[in-house]
Write a protein that binds this ligand. Structure first.
Ligand SMILES: *Cc1c(COP(=O)(O)O)cnc(C)c1O
Length: 355
């Protein structure tokens, strides 16, 4: 006789970056924003009427959708919101990628894609990045995939493929939905958002977690044709309609209400990233030319894992991934100038000590 355990749907879960309890840690390991959210967010929380929580939240998050519509100039019926872009992406995999045909994503990319594929029993192939870690555009243009998902800029490389190359991929695949995951687009890459008018199979996802400093609130969103958004909502409402709580809906709208603050913080991170490129180069590191809020660095003489451990012992957390093509790299989130200076001071001494 079979046991209940044989009937369990077994999956290998995604491994999130560590969240250390110790507050002294310089935390450059999960691509969080080093700055606080917009001051309007604090006001929204302070002014929030707790009695509202008696009722179910608006399942359509209409206030937030309306604020997104104003901010991005996209009609409300072409916007979908979810509990972080992880929720939006998982829902999209479930809605668009379950035909049984193989979906495609890069071999080195956001490590949640293969987890969702396994979770939803979606077959997939990976398209290897080129030796310089850029996306193999032609590898995605065969027109036979059951679905495509590509982050731009890609994670953990930080490279921006450019709108023209991405449009070529979208144009070559009218047979499936193409998702461009723009989690890091606000740090200097150009968005493919205008292309949703031209291609009804394009879904563009973004998040408040990185550029808007709201990882803790879990707000993600997607833009696409009316049809795509309707299909997404149908699946959402047949699964769990009240995904985003009432306070989070207010927080999201508040964050969008201060575009100057948003631009100022993004610019500070971009400037710090460019300074970090010079510093890492001086220290002998090489890295792809990132347009995101992190750098994917490699040292030709010292193993990434050794650097990772030494940093960790000194309370500086960065991210190290296993895997053949990436184990000798470290992904370093761009922090404040002070945090980055502490990192560079340590690395300078550490590397000198090894000569
Ligand atoms: C961080 C990240 C996400 C998910 O962000 P949420 O916090 O769930 O909004 C999605 N895609 C990529 C590539 C990311 O790096």
């Amino acid at each position: 006789m079979s046991t209940w355990e044989e009937k369990v749907h077994k999956v290998t879960p995604y491994t999130p970056g560590e969240q250390p309890k110790n507050a002294d840690v310089i935390k450059l390991n999960t691509n969080e924003n080093p700055y606080p959210p917009a001051p309007a967010v604090q006001k929204a929380i302070a002014g929030f009427d707790y009695e509202v929580l008696r009722k179910y939240p608006d399942p359509a998050a209409a206030g937030l959708v309306c604020a997104l519509s104003d901010t991005y100039g996209v009609p409300a019926d072409q916007i979908f919101v979810g509990v972080g872009s992880d929720d939006v992406l998982a829902m999209s995999f479930l809605t668009f990628f379950t035909s049984g045909e193989k979906i495609l994503f890069p071999d080195v990319t956001y490590s949640f894609y293969d987890v969702w594929a396994d979770e939803f029993r979606i077959p997939f192939d990976t398209v290897p990045l080129m030796p310089d870690f850029s996306i193999d555009i032609d590898g995605f243009c065969k027109g036979t995939a059951g679905g495509i998902v590509i982050p731009n800029p890609n994670a953990p490389t930080g490279l921006d493929a450019g709108v023209d190359a991405l449009e070529k991929i979208i144009r070559s695949n009218p047979q499936c939905v193409v998702i461009i995951d723009e989690a890091y687009v606000d740090f200097g890459a150009k968005s493919v958002l205008p292309l949703i008018e031209k291609y009804d199979n394009l879904l563009v996802t973004q998040t408040f977690s990185k550029s808007r400093a709201l990882a803790g609130s879990r707000i993600g969103f997607a833009f696409g044709s009316k049809k795509l958004i309707r299909y997404l909502n149908d699946v959402k409402y047949s699964f769990n309609s009240y995904t985003m709580d009432a306070l989070t809906q207010k927080v999201g709208s508040a964050a969008l209400s201060d575009p100057d603050y948003f631009k100022m913080r993004c610019l500070a991170i971009i400037n710090e990233r460019e300074r970090a490129k010079k510093k890492f180069t001086e220290l002998g590191f090489d890295f792809p030319d990132s347009k995101s809020n992190f750098l994917f660095v490699h040292h030709p003489k010292v193993a990434a894992e050794d650097i990772f451990k030494a940093l960790r012992e000194n309370n500086i957390f960065v991210r190290h991934f296993d895997g053949e093509r990436v184990h000798d790299h470290l992904r370093v989130t761009i922090g404040t100038k002070e945090q980055m200076n502490a990192l560079f001071d340590f690395l300078k001494k550490y590397l000198e000590g090894r000569d």
